[in-house]
Design a protein around this ligand. Sequence first.
Ligand SMILES: [Zn+2]
Length: 412
Amino acid sequence: MTTSALERFLRYVTVDTTSDEHSTTVPSTPGQLVLLRQLVSELHALGLEDAVQDAHGYVMATVPATIDTPGVPTIGFIAHVDTSPEMPGAGVRPIVHERYGGGDLVLPDDPSAVLRPADDAALARQIGHDVITASGLTLLGADDKAGVAAIMAAAEYLVTHPEIPHGTIRIAFTPDEEIGRGADHFDVARFGGVCAYTLDGGGLGELECESFSADAMTVTFQGFNTHPGYAKGRMINAIKLASEFVSRLPRDTMAPETTEGHEGYVHPYQVHASVDRTSVKVLIRDFVTAALQEKERLLERLAHDVVAAHPGASVSIAVEESYRNMREVLDRWPDVVERARVAMRMAGIEPIERPIRGGTDGARLSFMGLPTPNLFAGEHNFHSRLEWTSRQELDKAVEVIVNLCRVWVSPA
Ligand SMILES: [Zn+2]
């Protein structure tokens, strides 16, 4: 008797694994360790004897190869156990709406939380499927327990079907992705694959191999403070310098509010202000790394224009690299993405490739030497009380994982 991805999923979402960006421990919260430990014992129960949890909580395991054909590479699958701190993740009460009929789904613990197929095209496509939601007070945790459940179910399928030819398959479950630390302690050498796939994507067919390139810029204006009653001709108010700078930023282009798709932006998001000294923190985003530098030069020019109009004022600018578009790595390994397309088509799914307007652990892992695109796991409305998934999309994710194990057996 095997355990379906859905049964596993319903179990995993009841463990509170909310991560905490204010924590300094690894993982950031103890609940993540509870689920990670549980996964180790489930992997052992499947017969994956080398399953271990390392000092940072990361779990790794191996599904041994069923063939000894030389040259078949080791590949891997990765999912994160934590859920977003933006929404409560304790006391999740999953509800399975069997054979969804297409109407509005009112979540019982808060009747103001309603899923409407009229506003959600992906939900409208689930008619006849088993849709899973939370009960209205919490997120569901499909991001990324759908991915965890799909990988676990695929591992069980491979173990119980030794007639399926495949090479060595590595599995990893990681903490703290939602607070941007999931790759921090990922031991790429110990993982040991030529590539990996994160199962952390949206609806059926999503295949993500492109993320933003990102820098963080700090623009600090230095003014001159003196008693305001005797300041005539002497005071230079750094708060006013900074606000002049912000008001000169582009509005109709290059802003998060006015861009989408492949367009980049500059985004002031934090100000530390005093008359003497005011600094503005700005996020710089673009899919083309060279275009980040163009945006940074534009901002430098605007800042210098501001201080040039105020003799005695000065500005200093610092730029820090945040992360880079994983496509820069994946373009060098086209086979990694192409085999994912093949595995999806084998499951009757046409891949949908869209850029991620953000970063992922896979992007960081790609630059750490492990090319890692992201595959759908049936996650919808993530970080929300209206989060949902479906049994059928979970099962398709399992099928794609198993197909990928098969397609890596044949030469490129
Ligand atoms: Zn996620």
